[in-house]
Design a protein. Structure first.
Length: 393
């Protein structure tokens, strides 16, 4: 049916815009953190609480994504997205008028709940709309859109934060427009009766799913150091303004967007595990450069390389899971992925801040790079060993 054509421009544009909302949750206000901390300096533990305002959406995304994934078949994809985008707009923009740091943190928690719905819903509906290689290509395009969105949100957030730390919260009003597009453009996918008949006999590959979840968690703990600590690190080494921090984050996300846009072509040539290894290694190299860098320009070089790794790994995780499970299980499995990715985001500052306090920013980035590189080498050794044993058998 033509009116249910997932290849239409309006449907694709709507799905991509929904995807950018999750990036907006953090990227929009990241450059304003130093100014927020200064504004709430009289609040006890303001240093930690301001960073919590950035990362608490990730905790609530983690807490609610699996629940959303388990219930998405009953709620419906489109209904979930409509409710989530509306709540996202209201909760996200609330920080512009709230005068209490704790009230802002509460609004950010609601933002996380809504983002759990948007991310789980959009990943599931993309997996339903597009099969096989089409899915790989579109997930690459989705990650590219998220990267471009992150670039725009970080840059606009940084520039506006130089005027007032509250202005970046106005960016979330964009979600009202996305809500309208969702109502007009999207449709509820039809249930695949043949696949539905097989679902009771299907056994989830729990070991593979667990490995992907674990890798996603570790990667996000390491990678999110960039968003949480970079504005403070750049302020320390180059007295960078909020706008400069926003531009730095924007450059990194642009590099990721370009890499993600090529994911479909890369996936044709490489398997999932090799892409993971390459992505982890690239992010490690980028963070090594950041750790040893002593200027704004050197940090940009590291951010670009790390961004390329991120651009490859994100569509790879979701596409890998969507490929190994049937339609009926995608919502809960992709919801689980969202849980682990954003749990990693939330605990990143909890783990990194004590380390930063002891060894400093540069050594923290270097330690993160060592962790990612060790994982990449371990995965490569396992990959080679498994292939060798299979060949002998």
């Amino acid at each position: 049916m033509k009116r249910h054509n997932p290849d239409s421009f309006l449907i694709k544009a709507t799905l991509l815009l929904i995807s950018t909302l999750t990036v907006m949750a953090g990227a929009a206000i990241a450059p304003s953190l130093p100014a927020m901390e200064k504004h709430f300096a009289d609040v006890e533990n303001a240093e930690y609480l301001v960073k919590l305002a950035l990362t608490i959406p990730a905790l609530f995304i983690a807490l609610f994504s699996f629940i959303v994934g388990m219930s998405i078949n009953r709620i419906g994809r489109k209904r979930l997205l409509l409710f989530s985008t509306l709540l996202f707009a209201c909760a996200g923009s609330a920080g512009f008028i709230l005068n209490s740091l704790w009230a802002i943190i509460l609004s950010r928690a609601l933002l996380g709940m809504s983002a759990a719905g948007t991310m789980t819903g959009v990943m599931t509906i993309i997996s339903d709309y597009y099969p096989g290689q089409k899915r790989a290509s579109f997930m690459g395009l989705q990650a590219a859109a998220m990267g471009l969105g992150g670039m725009v949100f970080a840059a606009v957030g940084g520039i506006s934060a130089d005027f007032n730390w509250r202005f970046p919260f106005l960016i979330y009003i964009l979600a009202f427009f996305v809500f309208i597009l969702t109502a007009i453009a999207l449709y509820e996918p039809e249930e695949d009766k043949h696949e539905n008949n097989k679902k009771l006999a299907f056994v989830l590959p729990k070991e593979s799913i667990g490995i992907i979840y674990g890798l996603g968690l570790i990667y996000m703990v390491a990678y999110y150091l960039i968003f949480v600590q970079l504005p403070f690190y750049l302020l320390e080494i180059s007295n960078a303004s909020a706008a400069q921090s926003g531009i730095a984050l924007a450059v990194s996300t642009l590099a990721g967007a370009i890499a993600s846009s090529q994911y479909g072509a890369i996936k044709k040539r490489l398997d999932f595990s090799i892409i993971i290894i390459i992505a982890f290694a690239l992010t490690a190299v980028g963070q090594f450069i950041m750790g040893f860098g002593d200027s704004y320009r050197v940090e940009l070089c590291g951010l670009i390389i790390a961004g390329v790794g991120f651009g490859l790994v994100m569509p790879n995780f979701s596409n890998w899971l969507a490929t190994i499970v049937p339609n009926h299980f995608r919502g809960r499995v992709l919801g689980g992925l969202t849980t682990f990715l954003f749990l990693g985001q939330f605990i990143s500052p909890i783990i990194s801040q004590p380390i930063v306090n002891v060894v400093g920013f540069s050594n923290t980035y270097s330690l993160s790079a060592i962790l990612l590189l060790q994982l990449a080498i371990t995965l490569l050794v396992v990959k080679i060993s498994t292939a060798f044993i299979a060949e002998k058998i």
